[in-house]
Design a protein around this ligand. Structure first.
Ligand SMILES: [Zn+2]
Length: 103
């Protein structure tokens, strides 16, 4: 995975308690073209979230949402139910809602 320091807060620290996330906290669910989906679990507060991460002309965009699924569950359900990363990432309202909730 390429290292990039732009707008990667979602992957570097827990949104809920702010603890740093290490590599073991991250699982890549999907990695294709310039879109990536990660499952993260905070080692401190045990909160899990799904993070969508994409690169386009506008730059790097990431958005996350809390999930009750653990890494094995999310791997099965997420990919089967095929949440479309395109639809999610294009949905500005969705993003704003979630970002707003975290601040
Ligand atoms: Zn946490």
């Amino acid at each position: 995975m390429e290292k990039n320091n732009n707008n990667l807060d979602f992957l570097s620290k827990c949104y809920f308690c702010g603890s740093p996330l290490d590599d073991k906290s991250l699982k890549i669910l999907e990695n294709k073209d310039k879109k990536n989906t990660f499952h993260v679990t905070c080692g401190k507060c045990q909160t899990s979230a799904i993070v969508f991460f994409s690169v386009n002309q506008a730059g790097i965009m990431s958005v996350g949402m809390a999930t009750d699924l653990d890494q094995s569950e999310v791997g099965e359900k997420f990919l089967q139910e095929a949440i479309s990363a395109d639809e999610v990432i294009d949905a500005h309202q969705f993003i704003n809602n979630y970002l707003g909730n975290w601040k």
